[in-house]
Design a binder for this molecule. Structure first.
Ligand code: GDP
Length: 332
């Protein structure tokens, strides 16, 4: 049975990827931080399935800041494919925590690459990077040739990781690939990201649990896709003949205002009555015109996203409505 090792398995992307690899017939190993509570994680449903957990899904306690724990897990599992998805993921927070962001992202990649370099049969390696590496590109859409000119600490760290993967691929012949991921969301997205924040608020306001929603820049625009689509591309990249980097995106820009329109529309409310502006949520610098060209992924991998922006935000809002209905105490 082919074997995969996933860092960040308890997160949004890791959980969808674990589902996809289990469906492919893989034995899936995931690294989990020592104190991570699995019951509240995005893989709770997999962990609670006795046909999977301990049979084809195995979790190993490890910490990215403790290289020995990574090495041990790597040697114990000897995977065919290694997906490195763990690490700091919040762009806004990277202005507050620049050192830990740079350390986590950049050294996280470096550690794996150094370990793989020493193995006689290294696994194929996927590194998640971000469209934040492009910063404020002169041209839109961006592709794999677009220069990295990041404007955030997170973007700088991701650019380092991306270039390092290229160096190790060329210098040591590793089958190592980067996904240059544009924003990707789902009902499993962290609550501080703007799509999830808006969808949660729309459901809570509809149900009378919340009165208002404080946001930063409503004109900020992103290329938002569904995480479930993007993990499909990660697997395809590691099964392709040649290792390469790929832009994963939808090719369409939408604003925070568009998210508000769809999410509040799903619950039948006018967002203008509830949204308030919080200058504290404005960022010192915003990337501009980040929209991806996925021609290479379409051509080499036969990949294209399947979920539209409207369907994505609808799915997220409906999930929030269900979650807040389920958690409400019953009237009896
Ligand atoms: P990011 O692209 O990884 O930073 O994803 P986010 O979901 O955190 O932010 C997407 C965009 O929404 C950014 O341009 C933010 O400036 C903008 N935005 C506006 N209001 C908010 C807010 O209240 N929270 C967050 N997280 N982003 C906001």
């Amino acid at each position: 049975m082919p074997r995969a090792l996933i860092t960040g398995i308890t997160g949004q992307d890791g959980s969808y990827l674990a589902e996809a690899l289990l469906a492919d017939g893989f034995e899936v190993h995931g690294l989990v931080r020592p104190h991570r509570d699995l019951a509240s994680s995005a893989i709770a449903h997999l962990v609670n399935d006795p046909a999977l957990h301990g049979q084809r899904l195995f979790l190993h306690r490890a910490d990215l800041a403790e290289p020995a724990t990574l090495r041990r897990a790597l040697l114990a599992t000897q995977p065919d494919e290694l997906y490195h998805l763990a690490g700091p993921s919040h762009v806004g927070l990277s202005f507050e925590l620049p050192e830990s962001t740079c350390h986590g992202v950049a050294f996280g990649a470096l550690r794996w690459l150094e370990m793989l370099r020493d193995l006689p049969r290294p696994p194929r390696f996927f590194q998640a990077t971000s469209a934040e590496i492009f910063g404020r590109p002169a041209l839109a859409p961006q592709d794999e040739q677009t220069p990295s000119v990041p404007v955030t600490p997170y973007g700088c760290a991701m650019a380092f990781a991306r270039h390092l993967v290229g160096v190790y691929r060329a210098s040591y012949g590793l089958f190592a690939c980067c996904g240059i991921l544009y924003n990707h969301e789902s009902p499993r997205r962290g609550e501080s990201f703007v799509t999830r924040k808006i969808c949660r608020a729309a459901a809570a306001i509809r149900q009378g649990h919340q009165q208002e929603l404080w946001l930063g820049d409503l004109d900020a625009a992103r290329d938002w896709g569904h995480a479930r689509d993007y993990v499909q591309a990660m697997r395809l990249m590691l099964r392709h003949d040649q290792p390469a980097d790929y832009v994963l995106a939808t090719g369409q820009l939408h604003t925070v205002r568009d998210v508000l329109e769809v999410a509040f529309g799903v619950v039948g409310l006018d967002w203008r009555r509830y949204v308030k502006s919080d200058p504290g949520l404005l960022r010192p610098a915003e990337p501009a015109r980040l929209v991806g060209n996925t021609a290479k992924a379409r051509q080499d991998l036969g990949w294209s996203p399947t979920t539209s922006f409207e369907d994505l935000i609808r799915e997220m809002t409906e999930a929030e409505v269900r979650a807040s209905t389920d958690s409400r105490p019953s009237a009896s």
